[in-house]
Design a binder for this molecule. Sequence first.
Ligand code: BTN
Length: 258
Amino acid sequence: MTWLDSEKVRPLLRTSLFGKEILYVEEATSTNDLALRAASQGAQEGYCVIAERQTRGRGRLGRVWYSPPFKNLYLSLVLRPKAKGASLYPFSFLSCLSVQKILRQNGLQPSLKWPNDVLLKGRKVSGTLIELEPVKGFAVVGVGINVNMAEEDLVQDLREIATSLYIETGRYWQREQILAAFLNTFEDLYALMGREGARGIVTMWEKEAKIEGKSVSFEKNGSTFTGIVRGLSPEGALIVDVEGRTFRIHGGELIWYS
Ligand code: BTN
């Protein structure tokens, strides 16, 4: 059992915002809960919460995020975005692009799946959950990265669909190094988004994910449709062509995507 040492993270950081303040806890219901609470009490942009385990780790659409102790990274960041009413997708893309980049720097070949998955050989290694407090003007980006979890740590239902860096490479990874690399990259891309707007991040994600031409099924107003992805809207929704009709698909509506 190896504890994550947040003091080992600091010397690796070259950020001026993200991870300047880190709250490290052994256990959280969800790191997003702690970050949301801290943000509502005035925590600065970039405030970071990490936990060794989550008792109620959550994913999109009310799913559970499997969070065994001492193996993986569970982190949440406080954002105070300037653009009001901003779509959440660009922040999610930004997080996924950051994970993709650091995995690539470590010799892996991650792919992206809309809206918030990072995959290795088709199995999910990382997911992002953004939660927004529009009235108070902050958002929390929660990121799970499966690092040192072994196949036998996974519950049966997840064995086909989830993976970890350890499972893919057969070696243990230093979580402090991954966390610092993530925060450094996230800050670079966040600054880019601040300078150039969300479109640049959306385009970058679109290029990396190669979604154009893929087939998707989705549900709208109680009916199921199947169509071909034409690209992303400026705010990050999927644009799908169904026999000449154009639909914009948001996260909750997608059923199947290949
Ligand atoms: C998903 O793929 O549906 C999103 C998963 C997000 C998981 C992370 S782990 C850290 C943070 N705390 C949570 O409860 N969820 C996010």
